[in-house]
Write a new protein. Structure first.
Length: 305
C-alpha cells in the first residue's frame, strides 16, 4: 500500500509560522530603530564638530567669536560662519557691515531659490526634521537645529547676569574672545540643539530654529540654559502650540523670551563646548550644573557632568 505525500501546510501550521514571524518582527523593529537612532545621534555629534571647527576657525582669523545677532545690519552668526563650514558660495557677496539677511539674492520673497533658503546638511539633526524652512512670512529661509548658547538669562537678561558667551545682541553686539571664558573652555557651552518647528507653515508663527533672523523677540538664533535639556517648562517664544509634548511652548515675545535645548534623541541633547568637544547631556543633569555650563565666567570651574 503506497503512502500519500502532503503537499502543503495545515491551517494550524500556517498560523504558527505567521505567529513566529510576527514575534521576530516585533523583536527586530525596536533593534533597527535603536541602530538608526544611534547613527542619527552620531551624525548630529559630527555636525557639532564641524560647527566647533568653524567657531575656532573664525576666532583664529578675527581674534574673537561671532556675535549672536546684529540689528543695525540685520544678521546672525550663521552668515559669519558659513565660509568656515565650506559654504562660501551661500554667503558670497554678503556684506556683514551693511547686509540685511532678508534681501536678494540671499532671500527671494515667496521662493526657495534664495541662497539663505539652501537647506545645508549641517543645519539639521537627522533625528528631527531635515530640510525645515521658515515660510511663515514672505521671506523664506532655512531653519537650523543648532543654535548658540545665550546662557542662564532670558533674551532681555541684565548685564549683571549676562555671562553667556553669546548673550549679547544689538546694533553693536559684543563678541567674546576665548580669553573671556575664564571658567574654562571645557566647562562652557558654545552651541546646543533644539527641535525646529513641526512644519514649514503653521497657523501661527513658530520661531524655533529661525537661525538667520536677528529678531530678539523671536528668538530664533539662541537657546537658554535656564531650564535643563528637554524641560517640560514651555518655551516662551513666537511659537505654535502643536500638541507635541517634546516641544511645549507658550506664545510670548520680548525681553522674557527663552527656549530650552531640546532634541528627539532618547534621554538628552548633544552640545558643543568651548574646546571644540561634543558631549551628550542627559535630561537628568542637575539644573545648577546646566546653568553653570551656560556661563563663561561665574567662577564655577569644576563641574561634574
Amino acid at each position: 500500500m503506497t503512502s500519500r505525500l502532503r503537499k502543503g501546510f495545515t491551517l494550524i501550521e500556517l498560523l504558527v509560522v505567521i505567529a513566529i514571524i510576527a514575534v521576530l518582527i516585533g523583536l527586530l523593529v525596536p533593534a533597527v530603530q535603536k541602530v538608526r537612532e544611534a547613527a542619527s545621534r552620531m551624525q548630529c555629534s559630527n555636525n557639532f564638530k564641524q560647527w566647533g571647527l568653524a567657531m575656532h576657525g573664525f576666532h583664529d582669523a578675527e581674534g574673537k567669536l561671532p556675535y549672536t545677532a546684529k540689528t543695525s545690519a540685520r544678521q546672525t552668526f550663521i552668515p559669519l560662519l558659513l565660509p568656515y563650514i565650506e559654504q562660501s558660495g551661500v554667503v558670497q557677496g554678503f556684506d556683514r557691515n551693511v547686509g540685511n539677511f532678508y534681501l536678494p539674492p540671499f532671500i527671494v520673497q515667496n521662493s526657495n531659490s534664495g541662497l539663505f533658503c539652501t537647506p545645508l546638511k549641517l543645519f539639521y539633526c537627522p533625528s528631527d526634521r531635515i530640510g525645515a524652512l521658515w515660510t511663515d512670512d514672505t521671506y523664506w529661509r532655512a531653519r537650523s537645529n543648532y543654535l548658540v548658547s545665550w546662557g542662564n538669562v532670558t533674551v532681555g537678561g541684565t548685564t549683571a547676569t549676562d555671562l553667556g558667551v553669546f548673550s549679547n545682541a544689538g546694533a553693536s553686539p559684543r563678541q567674546s574672545k576665548f580669553s573671556d571664558i575664564t571658567d574654562g573652555l571645557s566647562n562652557t557651552l558654545l552651541m546646543g540643539e533644539i527641535i525646529v518647528a513641526k512644519s514649514d507653515k503653521n497657523a501661527s508663527w513658530d520661531g524655533r530654529g529661525d537661525a538667520y533672523n536677528d529678531d530678539m523677540a523671536s528668538p530664533g538664533s539662541m537657546f537658554m540654559t535656564i531650564n535643563p535639556p528637554n524641560s517640560p517648562v514651555p518655551d516662551a517664544v513666537w511659537c505654535f502650540n502643536n500638541g507635541d509634548p517634546a516641544m511645549p511652548c507658550v506664545a510670548a515675545a520680548g525681553t522674557n523670551g527663552q527656549l530650552a535645548a531640546r532634541s528627539r534623541h532618547s534621554g538628552g541633547v548633544n552640545a558643543l563646548l568651548g574646546d571644540g568637544s561634543v558631549r551628550f547631556f542627559t535630561n537628568s543633569i542637575q539644573a545648577a550644573t546646566w546653568r553653570n555650563l551656560g556661563s563663561r565666567a561665574d567662577g564655577q570651574t569644576t563641574l561634574n557632568y
